[in-house]
Design a protein around this ligand. Structure first.
Ligand SMILES: [Zn+2]
Length: 404
C-alpha cells in the first residue's frame, strides 16, 4: 500500500527534489496547519505565527468499518496518537499545552466514540478522542457549537458521547479553570492568535455553525435555517449541517475548514446546502480542507468555483472517502481554471479500485499533510509525512506556492 503511494507521488510534477528527512522545526512568524492521520477521524493541529496553538477536532471511531485500520497501528488509541503527534510538533514540546480546542460537531470521527471499554479518568469520565487529548495536554479554551445548553436541533445530552463530553468539561472547568465557549459566528476576536506584534495580520473567524453564516461584512451573520417549528421533522437540520466552519487568514493566505458541512444533499430543501451560501462569502481561498471527507455530496461545482483553491486536502479515513465523483469534481478545470494539488490523508485500498486511473492525479494519497505558511503569509509549502511510523519522516514536499 505504501509503495503505491510513493510511486504515485513521484509522478506529480509539482513535487520538489531535495526533500528534508524530517519537518524543519516551527519558527516564530510561521503558520503551520497539520492534518493528522489516525485512520479513525479528523484532527488538525495549528501553530500560529505567535506560537498560539489550536486543535480542530480529535476523532476516534472505535467501532470502525472494515478496511479502516487504525494508523499507524492499534498499539495506541486515536486520541493517544494525536497527543503523540502534537508533542512532536508543538512549539514548546516540554509543555505541549493547547490554547484552543474546537469541536466542529458531535460525531465520533470528530470528537470521539465512547464504549464500555473506554479508559476513564479520576472523575469517571471516558477518555476517547477530544476528552483523551484534553486530559493529556490541557487547553485554555474549548469552543463548540452548543455550549452550554446542548439542545439544538435536538437534545444532544441524550447522546452518551455528548453526555460524557459535557461531564468531562464540567469537571475540567471546576478543577483546572478550563474555559468553554459556544462558537461566535462572524467574530474576529473569539480566537486571539496575533499576540506577537511582528505578525499582526493573522486571524481566525468562525463563518458557519448551526445554520448561522457570516455575511462577509463586519461581524454580521444571517440565520439560514428556518425555525424548527416551521419544518417537518424529516427536514430538521442534521449534525453535519450544524458543523462549525472556520476561515483562517495570514496576510494574503486564506484557509477554510468546515467539518462535515454538506454540499447539496439530493432532493433536500435548498437551505440545507450550506456550501452554496458559504462559497460566496469565502471567495478565493488558497487551501481548503474538503468538507465531509469528500463523501458523496460536498464540493459542489459552485463551492469549488468560488474558492478556486490551489491546494485541496481530503481528510479521508474510511473506505468511502473520497467518493469517485467528488474527486472528479475536485480535479475538474471547467469549474475553475489552473492547476491544483489534491491530497488525501489515507486513501483506503477499496477506494483506489473504485476511483480507477484518476487516482494517479492525486498529489499524494497517503500521509499527514502539513501546510507551512512562510512569515507574512505571502507563500506556503506542503509537506507530506509518513504515517506508518511515529518518526513521521517527510516523504514529499510541494511548492512553494504564492498566496493569492
Ligand atoms: Zn466526519
Amino acid at each position: 500500500m505504501w509503495c503505491l503511494g510513493v510511486i504515485l507521488t513521484a509522478a506529480v510534477s509539482g513535487q520538489q527534489a531535495g526533500v528534508p528527512l524530517t519537518l524543519p522545526p516551527w519558527t516564530a512568524g510561521t503558520l503551520d496547519l497539520h492534518h493528522i492521520v489516525t485512520g479513525r477521524g479528523n484532527s488538525t493541529f495549528v501553530v500560529f505565527p505567535d506560537a498560539t496553538t489550536m486543535l480542530v477536532d480529535a476523532g476516534a471511531v472505535v467501532s470502525a468499518p472494515l478496511h479502516a485500520d487504525p494508523l499507524p497501528d492499534g498499539s495506541r488509541s486515536p486520541g493517544a496518537w494525536i497527543v503523540d503527534y502534537v508533542r512532536q510538533f508543538h512549539p514548546t514540546p516540554a509543555r505541549p499545552h493547547l490554547d484552543y480546542a474546537v469541536v466542529t460537531h458531535f460525531h465520533a470521527d470528530h470528537f470521539g466514540e465512547v464504549t464500555a471499554g473506554s479508559r476513564t479518568n479520576g472523575a469517571g469520565v471516558a477518555l476517547s478522542g477530544i476528552t483523551e487529548v484534553l486530559d493529556s495536554l490541557g487547553a485554555g479554551v474549548v469552543v463548540d457549537r452548543a455550549w452550554p445548553s446542548y439542545d439544538y436541533p435536538s437534545d444532544l445530552r441524550a447522546d452518551a458521547a455528548v453526555d460524557n463530553y459535557r461531564r468531562f468539561l464540567a469537571d475540567a472547568v471546576a478543577r483546572t479553570g478550563l474555559r468553554v465557549e459556544r462558537v461566535r459566528v462572524g467574530s474576529a476576536s473569539q480566537f486571539r492568535v496575533n499576540r506577537d506584534p511582528r505578525w499582526p495580520d493573522v486571524g481566525v473567524r468562525p463563518v458557519a455553525a448551526n445554520g448561522e453564516i457570516w455575511t462577509g461584512t463586519g461581524e454580521a451573520t444571517e440565520q439560514t435555517f428556518p425555525p424548527l417549528a416551521a419544518l417537518a421533522h424529516a427536514d430538521h437540520p442534521d449534525e453535519n449541517m450544524c458543523s462549525i466552519g472556520l476561515r483562517l487568514h495570514y496576510g494574503r493566505f486564506d484557509y477554510f475548514t468546515g467539518g462535515d458541512l454538506p454540499g447539496d444533499p439530493e432532493g433536500a430543501p435548498a437551505w440545507q446546502g450550506v456550501e452554496t451560501r458559504l462559497g460566496a462569502v469565502l471567495g478565493p481561498t488558497d487551501v481548503h480542507q474538503v468538507n465531509h471527507h469528500g463523501s458523496i455530496d460536498p464540493a459542489t461545482p459552485g463551492f469549488l468555483a468560488a474558492l478556486r483553491s490551489r491546494v485541496l486536502i481530503v481528510p479521508a479515513w474510511a473506505p468511502t472517502h473520497p467518493s469517485p465523483d467528488v474527486l472528479k469534481r475536485l480535479l475538474n478545470t471547467r469549474y475553475y481554471a489552473g492547476p491544483r494539488d489534491v491530497f488525501t490523508l489515507a486513501l483506503r485500498e477499496p477506494m483506489t479500485h473504485a476511483i480507477g486511473a484518476r487516482v494517479r492525479q492525486l498529489a499524494a494519497p497517503h500521509g499527514h499533510v502539513v501546510v507551512r505558511v512562510a512569515p507574512g503569509g505571502a507563500a506556503y509549502s506542503v509537506y507530506v509525512l509518513d504515517y506508518t511510523s511515529p518518526a513521521r519522516r517527510v516523504t514529499a514536499m510541494f511548492g512553494p506556492y504564492a498566496s493569492r
